[in-house]
Design a protein around this ligand. Structure first.
Ligand code: GMT
Length: 377
């Protein structure tokens, strides 16, 4: 099959999943064309069956806002026609689903029929999408997509709750390639960050308000009172300066900011516990990546997170904002080596539910169904 993938090329989970999906499809012999405004951060160069098309928006002085969606639609028309694509798969509804619909309509006038699938990732529905100014377009684009998937049961429920959508939405969870997360332990990294055998806690995110990074830092400060521990913060975003100020005021010795990383798992795999304090999280890919490294997770119990982090097996869950509870759970896991070892095994075992070999066929079947529908079979 010849597939076009549209996604955000940044560090966000939706772009990571879209990239990994494209790579896995290419490995199985499909031809994959990424159509994005920048090269996806996790997309390696020069791979068989993988192509990249940049969507370049010119900076005309007339526009206060550049018409990205129109340029994307035009690029999709061009790539679909010239690369003879069979199907488009767009990740994140805004504005990719409506851009794909427009491209589909234009292509029809050229005698080209192509279906598009929209994967809803989370904030396109739960945060950005709930903005009333987007609602009519998102509802329309979801209804007109030839297939729609959501990354968790929770996100599927949220979509029906917040949008007047009637159509079927299929849950296909995010996935990881388990083999990519093995063999990443290095003594040198532990020695660098925890030279005296401290427990290493870690968090990865885009430091947006929805991640409530302050909660997990405050939980860590309680943990540190009870056992020798360090906290590594990976990623960057709008709340980083605020969190840095908090850390400087309380403790700069045990908290380290590592900034954005293209392969955070190289650090995460050497840690003892992953912390996620999000207000809402449709899935929690960063938590799944930690579990795939055999690192247990203390997270909030919001959105789709409980579908990923199984309470009492791969980690422990708390209500949003329950800082003391998060600290208590972290201490429970970390203060006994037997308990930590049990959670490590549990994390790996639960991560295996989301291995690529289980999830990729779900996308491939959907592609086949959608193509058969379009061809009237
Ligand atoms: O978490 C973000 O703010 C980024 C966003 C994205 O589009 O990359 O993440 C969403 O999609 C991820 C991949 O499906 C999910 O793992 C995240 O849980 C989801 N984020 C939220 O729901 C807040």
């Amino acid at each position: 099959m010849r597939i076009g993938i549209v996604c955000y090329p940044t560090f966000g989970g939706s772009g990571v999943v879209a990239t990994e999906l494209g790579l896995a499809l290419a490995e199985k012999g499909h031809v994959v064309h990424f159509i994005t405004y920048d090269r996806p951060v996790r997309l390696p160069h020069a791979l068989a069956n993988v192509f990249y098309h940049e969507v370049r928006v010119s900076d005309y002085p007339l526009f206060d806002y550049q018409p990205y969606e129109l340029v994307l639609s035009s690029r999709l028309v061009d790539v679909v026609k010239h690369e003879k694509l069979d199907l488009l798969h767009v990740h994140y509804a805004i504005p990719h689903a409506s851009a794909a619909w427009m491209a589909q309509q234009i292509l029809a006038t050229h005698g080209v029929r192509i279906p598009f699938i929209t994967t809803l990732h989370g904030t396109d529905i739960t945060l950005v999408g709930r903005d009333a100014s987007f609602e009519p377009v998102i509802t329309f684009a979801i209804e007109r997509s030839n297939g729609v998937t959501a990354v968790s049961e929770s996100l599927k429920r949220d979509t029906y709750e917040h949008f007047p959508v009637k159509r079927d939405i299929r849950v296909i969870p995010n996935f990881i390639r388990l083999d990519r997360y093995t063999g990443l332990k290095t003594e040198s990294l532990r020695h660098r960050f925890a030279p005296n055998g401290e427990k290493l806690l870690v968090h990865v995110s885009n430091f947006r308000p929805v991640k409530r990074v302050e909660d997990l830092v405050r939980a860590f400060l309680i943990v540190r009172e009870r056992l020798p521990a360090k906290l590594l913060l990976i990623g960057d975003g709008p709340d980083r300066a605020k969190i840095e100020t908090l850390c400087r005021a309380t403790d700069c010795e045990t908290i380290t900011f590592l900034g954005k990383m293209t392969a955070p798992e190289e650090v995460v795999a050497n840690c003892d516990l992953f912390m996620l304090a999000s207000e809402t999280e449709s899935f929690g890919l960063a938590a799944l990546e930690a579990m795939a490294c055999g690192v247990p997770v203390v997270s909030t119990n919001t959105g789709g997170t409980p579908e990923v982090n199984t309470d009492g097996v791969s980690g422990l869950l708390n209500a949003v904002g329950d800082v003391e509870g998060m600290a208590r759970n972290a201490i429970d896991i970390l203060s006994d080596e037997g308990t930590l070892a049990r959670y490590r095994v549990g994390a790996l075992q639960e991560a295996a539910r989301f291995n690529v070999d289980r999830v990729l066929p779900l996308y491939e079947s959907l592609y086949e169904e959608v193509l058969a529908d379009m061809n009237g079979k």
